[in-house]
Design a protein around this ligand. Sequence first.
Ligand SMILES: [Zn+2]
Length: 474
Amino acid sequence: MFRSVHNSTRVRDARAAYERVRGAHLDAVQAAFEDHILRLDWSREQIERYREQRLRALLGYARERSPFHARRLRGLDPSSATVADLARLPVMTKQDAQDEWDAIVTVPDLDLRDAERVLAEQLWFSYTPGGRQIFSSGGSSGVRGVYAWDWELFVSFACLAWRFQAREERRGPPLPRATRLAVLTAGEPPHASTPLFDMATAAGMDTVVIPARAPFDEVLAAVAAARPTHLVGYATVVGRLARAALAGDLELRLARVSTNSEPLLDEDRQAVRDAWHVPIHNLWGSTEIGVQAVGCGHAGGLHVCEDEVILERVDEAGVPVGDDEPAARTLATGLANRTFPFIRYDLGDQVTMLPEKCSCGSGFARVADIAGRRDDDFRYGECTVPASAFRHVLGTDPRVSEYQVRQTSAGAEILAVGQPDTATLTSSMVAALRRHGLPDPEVRVRVVGRLERNESTGKLRRFVALDSHPGNAG
Ligand SMILES: [Zn+2]
């Protein structure tokens, strides 16, 4: 009893300390909004000039301060580099980013061990003495990643995530005096989703965080009780709430909806439209690059954040392809990340460019909505378990370095590389599957030395559904 009281006091203190620094950080975000909103009206020339200067700044800094990038940037003069010159550099993979962490980071007072210590010891979200936040995520490739977001980087990401909404709030009819944003994200460390999306975009707005991983009836009840005017959250959760509203189980008067972290499927977008008749801002992001593209709420697709991110659509060999040609993958260079530069980083997603200028008037290029990896979902009769249910557990366990999930008729077999506590992992996975409606899940965790990769592509099939003829994972 004493211990738990003691612990809860410590947690409360940790949260209070975090909130004090975060308050200052949010003020910095609000200040930067002014500039970011104006950028949305930039001409192509302004966007391209700005982007090129930012690229040179990033390359010059990374070459000087990151041994990893110094090696890769040999032979390129940052002071005269152009976006096209990026094609001369090697692709940076998720595995590179984690294996070479200490050679990539550009600051002397932070290495992977320090970052892991923060993740292991923090009682709540926290800031390092240097003003950095440490996050961890499973990501779509299944390799666990540890990330450091510095002060300025978070300001950039927050502005990118919210500037379209903020512009529309200012342009549109006046909002009711009291507005409230319901935030449906992980709700707790180590995921970056909550600090990034728990953000007021209009004066006088308050926010309430509702963990999206709770059983859906709890989420539904919490959203109903919060009576939000704005929603932001995982696309599948927002879609499910919209369907609940259409069924008469949820009554909300919404002004705006923002979705993220998962592909926004057509049926979810349509349900949101039908239920609430409000603008939808979909976001395509990653913990590494932050925010790659955001929907403006006017037309379909997403505006690429070209002022802060360079995207290259490339073929299998990493060679850029034309806008109208099919691409094998998308590489991203994050222009705002000085602490841990990502240069030609393989996002693992494919995007399609939309050639028409957007009706919102912005000159920022647009991509089509990111296609979902729907084959990553496991279906058990009527019940669907999204890949994220596995990723949330497996992808953030520091003792699991890589994994593969194979669907079985009543649950899953998980192959894990590393030294996981299999009993704990099994019970966490069983609980997660129950939350998604699987009544009596069977989960088996096997620790293996390595996972078999596809012989021709070298790719690892992370999620192997029962109906997809897995063969022998070769
Ligand atoms: Zn637009």
